[in-house]
Design a protein around this ligand. Structure first.
Ligand code: SF4
Length: 817
């Protein structure tokens, strides 16, 4: 990580003159740190300080630009070693070479290949974009070819190679504003070539016979003022090539070694005569870490695969890949085949499709466009609700392909079953498993049922497989883990916890007339998460406007230590205002616990808060920077005087690191302040991501939390704690939730949305386990802890800290290792 926004802010004049286009120096500093603004936009920073900030904020692998206009290509600009840490920025350019020794036919053939070998995949054009022009002692010919390429292949970036400086100079002139790369400066021609690069202002390749030589020449070039370099380490063999590529990138990223902080050019054909092997070498250099890849020739079968690989490696891992909306036939479906629907997040599609394929059940898989959001997120965002699913089912054409009307929906959407049946008259909605792994057995059963009801003879073989699978569903190793976990895990919610055991019958009688009072507040404020439309029992009660199950749960949650009750009514698209007002009133009839109203529908939010007896005590969960919510809820919250959750969900989704979170926080908090909401009423949520996505984002949230007191003094904080264990087996989730809470306590987390049925978690939140918290903080400080000295409980915490800090790679067996 370069400089943080706070470090940059300290170097700014702090006059808030707005000349940079930002309302405050703070906002500007955060944007500069996040790479979203240029320090030069502030005219009042001393040039030396500007230079210092530019240097410190620059990516460790510098960006080098080739081409021009609409065909400008960026090389390098990389900030990480591994794609999952953030993303790889600029994909390598792939192409081949043309030499002045080649016959005219061969040159024409190669130019033709550039025109022919182009494909479109998921809306992206794949084509070769770079050409290495090699002068073999015929300068005029090089200039002639350069002109021809510029005329015929205007999108192709050029690398000009010659030993003759004059030849290069003329070829560069032909390119005009379309910047080529000079290949290249070695120990013999160094001064001459550096001079040419300085005069023509085009990037220069540094060629060495070893890494040492590359490093020395690169350093000298830097001293002479060249900032756009490309490195050719001159590796002698394949192994050396990979070692060199990794050493260069590691030195640049980890050590900030400037001579190696540049893009790298590779020539896979130097190491083999086999085109297949050459392609394999190229495919590895796409992952690690070439920016220019020159092949001996262009062949469709190699080029296409290399480009698809490049596309996959260089997609942003935080921006979901999507598949097209439509009907996907799996295993040759017919009119009796089950119909399954899911979202168009590519990962979900591949998992669901894989399970269906493995089941061998002929199935129609419906993929609904949810903008790449996963099932629950899409539902919460209003993109996968009953109305939109029904609309898609009606228009997609599935009704003509089948003779039944049964639709299997994801288990997480159980709550919309009734609503969907209303929207799709004549259809039976079947709630599928929560995890795709449960699909095969349920599909086989469903297939049999559909065929039986249509009078089609049973398939005994499939039926037998179903029975066998159902028997095998619980694997022995799962049972073992369950046994270990069962003593510690507090099972939760409606079916599993009986609060009756803690409430005497006398007290129960009193409940009918007396409200349950919230406990005295201490420790981390606990916002209970269980009154949620996605819970089957509560969801049904909400839809039926049946207050009892909701009121029972509100009382239970208050008894268990809730300081706020989160009422999650989802997108509440239909009758949202009426629904929100109803539920707020229903809950306030039985408890005094403040309400956190959770919906993405601003009208419903406003109606719900207005319906409260004490609207000023409510919490709006949440406001984001999106104008449609911000502009309605901001002024309303200011007028009512209630608290708001400021959710750091940007216009492009989740911020990628601490600096992006900080930039977004400043923007959102500034807007909320402008509406008249003071910092003390703003609860900033940095967004906790599941550990299954890696620990890096958790660490970025921690860094952000440590910056927040300086960004917005007095602002409070909150997190959706259970997010960290999303997608993890339910028996294991409490371990992660509890330890994360202890880690967040190091950053003085003010509140958390939690499962209050986890007794131990609430004890931790209320400060009843200071010894465990001390152990966690000791580990976070990097102090040595000898696991042999720990009790079994402490060992469990120790192992979980290691997972959440990324020291141990997460797997569901982390407690057993
Ligand atoms: Fe601050 Fe400079 Fe922007 Fe003025 S122009 S607000 S001094 S950063």
């Amino acid at each position: 990580m370069g400089l943080t926004g706070i470090q940059i802010l300290k170097k700014l004049p702090k006059t808030n003159c707005e000349e940079c286009g930002f309302p405050t120096c703070m906002a500007f500093a955060m944007k500069v740190a996040a790479g979203q603004a240029d320090i030069n936009a502030c005219p009042y920073v001393d040039p030396a300080v500007k230079e210092e900030i530019t240097e410190a904020s620059a990516p460790p692998v510098r960006t080098v630009k080739l081409g021009g206009g609409e065909y400008t290509y960026s090389l390098g600009g990389e900030t990480v070693l591994f794609r999952h840490e953030k993303r790889f920025e600029n994909p390598p350019l792939i192409g081949t070479f043309i030499s002045t020794e080649m016959q005219e036919e061969e040159i024409t053939r190669r130019i033709k290949l550039y025109k022919q070998l182009q494909w479109e995949r998921v809306g992206i054009k794949l084509k070769p974009e770079v050409l290495f022009l090699q002068d073999k002692g015929n300068g005029n010919k090089l200039q002639e070819i350069t002109q021809r390429i510029r005329n015929e292949l205007p999108w192709v970036a050029l690398i000009l190679s010659s030993l003759n400086n004059d030849t290069l100079q003329k070829a560069i002139e032909i390119c005009g504003d379309f910047k080529p790369l000079i290949y290249g400066a070695n120990s013999q021609n160094f001064e001459e070539f550096v001079q040419l690069a300085l005069e023509t202002k085009v990037p220069l390749t540094i060629i060495g016979k070893s890494l040492d030589e590359v490093s020395q020449l690169s350093e000298k070039a830097l001293q002479k003022g060249l900032k756009e370099l490309v490195l050719d380490p001159g590796s002698q063999g394949v192994r050396e090539l990979f070692e060199d590529l990794i050493i260069i990138r590691r030195s640049a990223i980890k050590k900030r070694f400037k001579p190696f902080g540049f893009p790298i050019i590779t020539f896979p054909y130097r190491y083999t005569d086999s085109y297949l092997l050459e392609t394999l070498i190229a495919s590895i250099t796409i992952c690690k870490y070439a920016s220019l890849i020159l092949l001996s020739d262009l062949k469709a079968e190699a080029l296409y695969n290399l480009m698809v690989e490049r596309m996959n490696i260089y997609t942003d891992p935080q921006k979901p890949l999507v598949v097209e909306e439509g009907i996907y036939p799996v295993n040759g479906p017919d009119e009796y085949s089950p119909v399954v629907i899911t979202c168009n997040f590519a990962l979900t599609y591949f998992i669901v499709n894989g399970e269906i394929e493995g089941s061998r059940v002929p199935t129609w898989l419906l993929i609904k466009n949810t903008d790449g959001l996963s099932v629950l997120t899409a539902w919460a965002a209003g993109k996968f609700g009953a109305d939109s699913i029904a609309e898609f089912v009606k228009k997609c054409g599935i009704e003509e392909k089948i003779g039944h009307r049964k639709l299997k929906i994801p288990g997480y959407l159980a709550g919309i079953k009734g609503e969907l049946e209303d929207e799709l008259p004549g259809w039976e909605i079947i709630v599928g498993p929560r995890e795709a792994s449960g699909l095969p057995s349920s599909l086989k059963k469903l297939y049999q049922e559909i065929k039986e009801s249509a009078g089609v003879k049973e398939d005994k073989k499939v039926e037998k497989e179903v029975v066998k699978e159902v028997r095998e569903e619980k694997k022995p190793e799962e049972k073992k883990v369950e046994k270990i976990a069962s003593k510690e895990v507090e099972v939760k919610k409606e079916e599993k916890v009986s609060v009756e055991s803690v409430v005497s019958s006398e007290e129960k009688k009193e409940e009918k007339v007396k409200k349950v009072k919230p406990r005295e507040k201490k420790g981390v404020i606990c916002i209970a998460e269980s009154i949620n439309i996605m819970s089957k029992k509560i969801g049904d009660a909400m839809k039926a406007r049946d207050p009892k199950p909701i009121q029972d749960m509100a009382k239970e949650e208050t008894e268990l230590g809730a300081d706020y009750l989160d009422l999650n009514i989802g997108p509440a698209k239909k009758k949202g205002a009426e629904f929100a007002s109803w539920i707020v009133k229903v809950v306030e009839e039985v408890v005094d616990t403040p309400i956190s109203l959770d919906t993405t529908n601003p009208e419903a939010m406003i109606a719900g808060i207005k319906a409260s007896k004490k609207p000023e005590k409510c919490l709006i969960n949440s406001i984001t920077i999106q104008p449609e919510r911000l502009e309605k809820l901001g002024p309303f919250a200011a007028e009512i005087g209630c608290d708001v959750v400021a959710l750091l969900w940007g216009t492009e989704g989740l911020p990628r690191d601490a600096n992006e979170r900080a930039a977004l926080a400043v923007e959102l908090i500034t807007k909320l302040n402008e509406y008249g909401i003071p910092n003390e009423k703003i609860w900033v949520d940095p967004i906790i991501t599941p550990i299954t996505l890696g620990a890096e984002q958790l660490n970025e949230s921690f860094i952000f939390l440590s910056m927040l007191p300086e960004i917005a003094p007095g602002a409070k904080t909150t997190v959706g704690l259970s997010n960290v264990s999303n997608g993890v087996a339910s028996r294991l989730r409490p371990y992660l939730n509890r330890v994360l809470l202890m880690m967040l306590m190091k950053y003085n987390i003010y509140s958390a949305i939690v499962d209050v049925y986890d007794k131990e978690l609430i004890e931790i939140a209320k400060g009843e386990h200071p010894d465990w918290v001390a152990l966690v903080h000791k580990m976070m400080d990097g102090d040595e802890v000898d696991p042999k000295t720990l009790s079994s409980k402490e060992l469990e915490i120790y192992k979980t800290v290691k997972v959440l800090t990324g020291e141990t790679i997460f797997s569901e067996s982390w407690l057993e290792i």
